[in-house]
Design a protein around this ligand. Structure first.
Ligand code: TAP
Length: 481
C-alpha cells in the first residue's frame, strides 16, 4: 500500500508531514496511513501540471502518442486487476466481484479514451461556411489546460478513471484528489501511470482532506478546469470558487432517482432490477433508483416479493465468497443512513424490512438492506438522497401520476421505467426530467454513453465523446482574403 503523494513524477512526503488513517469498514481497524496534503503540496502539484502543460509539451503530442500512454495504463491496471480490486474492498467495503468489475471498467475507460485521443488527430479542422466570401474560417479543438479533479469514495478507482482518462486524452494535465476515506487505489493508478512512462507532471495525485487539499485545488488560480463528483453542497462551493476566476466546471452530484413499474411488468424481473438499482454498492450510488413507484394493481404482490428477496441478501465482509452486501464506507455514513431511516419512521413511514444492524455481526459498518413504505411525500426520506441501501416504495394509479411523482424532485440524475408496452415505456422515458433513463432495467452503465444530470444533479456530461468535450476549448480562426 502506498502512502505518499505523487507529484511531478515523484513519490513525496507532504510538506507538513500530516497523515490520515485508512480504516477497513468491514472490521473498523486502522490498516494504513496516507499523506495529508496541504495547500503547499497542492501548489507544487499544480505547478508541475502547469509545466507539463505549458512547457513540456503534453498537449502538443499527437493524439496517437497520448493514446499509447492511455493504453499502457489500461494494460497496467489489468495486469494487477485482482490486487487492485482487493485494495478497493479493504478501503471501501464493497464485495470483491463488484470491485473487480470496477477495476476492469476503469481499464476499459482508459482504452476507450485512447480511441478518442486518436480520433482527435483524424478530425480535420472544421471549415465554417461564412456569408462573406472574402473570409474563411475554421474551428479547432484544444485542451483547456490544468484540470483539478475531485472525486468521492463510492467508486474510488472508477471515478478517477472517468476524470483522468478523458482529461489526458484531450491533452490536459491533471491534479487529482481522491476522497480521504478511499485513496489507496488512486495511488495505485499513479504507480501504474508511472510504470507506463507517463511524463512527469502530467498526472499528480494529492491525498488528504477535502476542506484542505480539495479547497486548495479549487482556490488555485493556475487551475483552468474543475471536475467534481460528490455531494451538492460541495458542488455549490466548487461553482462559487470557480466563479471568481471563471474556471470551467463539470459537476456530477447526487440524485433521488425514480423507478416506475407498470402493471404489465414481470414481477420477478422487476424485483431483480429494483434490488440491483438500490442495493448494489450498498446503495452508495449517485444514480441509485431509491424511489420506486409501482402500479397499484401489482403493488402488494411486488412488495411482498421485494421484502422476501431483500431479507435473503447475504451480508458480510466483501472479501468473503458469496457476499452481496458489504459494510457502508464509514461510521459517519452509517450514522447518517441510520438517522435517515429513523427520520422516515418519525415522519410516519413503515420499515417493511431492514433498518437495523444484521444480527451476529458486531464490528464493521453493516446495515441490513431496508425497504420503506408509506413514506410521506414531503418527508426527507422521500426527497433527499440517503446514499445507503434504503428504498422507498409507493403505489400509483395512472401514468400521469407516476410521471408527476417521478419528476417532483430537485434532482434529475437518472430514472427508470418497466413495462411490456414499448410505446408507454418510450413515452414515460421522454417525459422523465433526468439525464440518464433506463427502460426495463436500472443502472447499466457504459463508457460510450453520456452520464450526468438535469437540475441539481449536476452540470455537463461525463463518458462517451461528451466526456472529452469537458476538457476541450473551441477556437475559431478566421482569415481575410
Ligand atoms: P463530499 O463531501 O461531496 O466529498 C466528495 C469529494 O469532495 C471528496 O474528495 C471530498 O474530500 C471533497 N471535498 C469535500 N469538501 C471539499 C471542499 N471544501 N473543497 C474541495 N473538495 C472538497 O461527499 P461526502 O462527504 O463524501 O459524502 C456526503 C454525502 O454526499 C453522501 O452522504 C452522499 O449523499 C453524497 N455523495 C454523493 C456522491 C455522488 S457520486 N453523487 C458521492 C459521494 C457522496 P474528503 O472526502 O477527502 O474530505
Amino acid at each position: 500500500m502506498r502512502s505518499e503523494l505523487y507529484i511531478d513524477g515523484q513519490w513525496v512526503k507532504p510538506a507538513k508531514g500530516g497523515t490520515c488513517e485508512v480504516i477497513n469498514p468491514a472490521t473498523e481497524e486502522v490498516i494504513h496511513r496516507i499523506a495529508a496534503a496541504t495547500a503547499e503540496d497542492v501548489d507544487l502539484a499544480v505547478k508541475a501540471a502547469r509545466r507539463a502543460f505549458d512547457r513540456d509539451g503534453w498537449p502538443k503530442l499527437t493524439g496517437a502518442r497520448r493514446a499509447g500512454y492511455l493504453r499502457a495504463i489500461a494494460d497496467g491496471i489489468r495486469a494487477r486487476q485482482a490486487e487492485i480490486a482487493r485494495l478497493e474492498v479493504l478501503d471501501n467495503g464493497k464485495p470483491f466481484p463488484e470491485a473487480d468489475w470496477d477495476v476492469a471498467d476503469a481499464a476499459g475507460c482508459f482504452d476507450f479514451y485512447a480511441g478518442l485521443a486518436e480520433q482527435l488527430d483524424n478530425n480535420p479542422e472544421e471549415a465554417i461556411a461564412l456569408p462573406d466570401a472574402r473570409f474563411t474560417s475554421k474551428a479547432v479543438r484544444e485542451p483547456i489546460g490544468v484540470a483539478g479533479a475531485i472525486i468521492p469514495w463510492n467508486y474510488p478507482l472508477l471515478m478517477a478513471a472517468w476524470k483522468v482518462a478523458p482529461a489526458l486524452a484531450a491533452g490536459c494535465t491533471v491534479v487529482l484528489k481522491p476522497a480521504e476515506l478511499t485513496s489507496l487505489t488512486a495511488l495505485e493508478l499513479a504507480a501504474v501511470a508511472d510504470e507506463a512512462g507517463l511524463p512527469a507532471g502530467v498526472l499528480n495525485i494529492v491525498t488528504g482532506a477535502g476542506s484542505i487539499a480539495g479547497q486548495a485545488i479549487i482556490d488555485h488560480r493556475q487551475v483552468d478546469k474543475l471536475a467534481f463528483t460528490g455531494s451538492g453542497p460541495v458542488g455549490s462551493k466548487i461553482m462559487a470558487a470557480a466563479a471568481r476566476d471563471i474556471k470551467r466546471v463539470s459537476l456530477e452530484l447526487g440524485g433521488k432517482s425514480p423507478f416506475v413499474v407498470f402493471e404489465d411488468a414481470d414481477i420477478d424481473k422487476a424485483v431483480e432490477w429494483i434490488m440491483f438499482g438500490i442495493f448494489w454498492n450498498q446503495g452508495q450510488v449517485c444514480s441509485a433508483t431509491s424511489r420506486v413507484l409501482v402500479h397499484e394493481a401489482i403493488y402488494g404482490r411486488l412488495l411482498e416479493r421485494l421484502v422476501e428477496e431483500t431479507n435473503r441478501i447475504k451480508i458480510g465482509n466483501g472479501l468473503d465468497e458469496g457476499t452481496l452486501l458489504g459494510p457502508l464506507v464509514s461510521k459517519r455514513q452509517y450514522d447518517q443512513v441510520v438517522a435517515a431511516i429513523e427520520g422516515a419512521r418519525k415522519a410516519g413511514a413503515t420499515v417493511a424490512c431492514g433498518g437495523t444492524r444484521p444480527e451476529g455481526i458486531d464490528r464493521g459498518f453493516y446495515l441490513r438492506p431496508t425497504v420503506l413504505t408509506d413514506v410521506p411525500l414531503d418527508s426527507d426520506a422521500w426527497k433527499e438522497e440517503i446514499f445507503g441501501p434504503v428504498v422507498c416504495v409507493r403505489s400509483f394509479k395512472t401514468e400521469e401520476e407516476a410521471v408527476n411523482l417521478a419528476n417532483d424532485s430537485r434532482f434529475g440524475l437518472a430514472a427508470a421505467v418497466m413495462s411490456k408496452d414499448d410505446a408507454r415505456a418510450e413515452r414515460v422515458a421522454a417525459a422523465f426530467r433526468a439525464g440518464i433513463v433506463w427502460i426495463n432495467c436500472s443502472q447499466p452503465t457504459f463508457t460510450e454513453a453520456p452520464w450526468g444530470g438535469y437540475k441539481e444533479s449536476g452540470i455537463g456530461r461525463e463518458l462517451g465523446r461528451w466526456g472529452l468535450d469537458n476538457y476541450l476549448e473551441t477556437k475559431q480562426i478566421t482569415r481575410f482574403a
